[in-house]
Design a protein around this ligand. Sequence first.
Ligand SMILES: C[S@@+](CC[C@H](N)C(=O)[O-])C[C@H]1O[C@@H](n2cnc3c(N)ncnc32)[C@H](O)[C@@H]1O
Length: 136
Amino acid sequence: MNSEGCDSGNNDAVPEPQQHSSDGDIICNSISKPKLPKNSMYAQHKYWEERFKTEEGFEWLCCYDDVAEQLAPYLQKSDGNKNRRILVLGCGNSPFSEDLYNAGYRNIVNIDYSSNVIHRMEEKNQDKTSMEWMES
Ligand SMILES: C[S@@+](CC[C@H](N)C(=O)[O-])C[C@H]1O[C@@H](n2cnc3c(N)ncnc32)[C@H](O)[C@@H]1O
């Protein structure tokens, strides 16, 4: 697979050059190809560090709201306790952890090996005092 993210909100999309017929009609203007790195790049620490220098946020899998109901029994067990420790490994700059926090989960530890993303996310979420951000 070489496509990024869970929706079409990929702002790296690069439109194909337009082609025109002799009478000026556009022949091919409906397809745009996202500019994506090779899959092997995703295994490189330096790729993530570079990406997180500028990228504000990106969710790769699904939004919290889409899975909140299915996750709840695992995160809260049967007693409805939202204070169990939750590890978000390879958190990136996804809003998933913030959404968890806003849903009442307070004991969240976020880990990523990109120092850029950890610093940025920590700064962005200063108000969420019980949420931890750790560089691995
Ligand atoms: C595909 S992104 C997923 C980000 C986020 N979890 C999401 O679903 O949107 C992968 C993330 O894992 C991090 N990562 C990759 N390898 C890692 C490792 N060995 N240790 C910690 N983080 C890692 C990257 O820096 C990146 O933030």
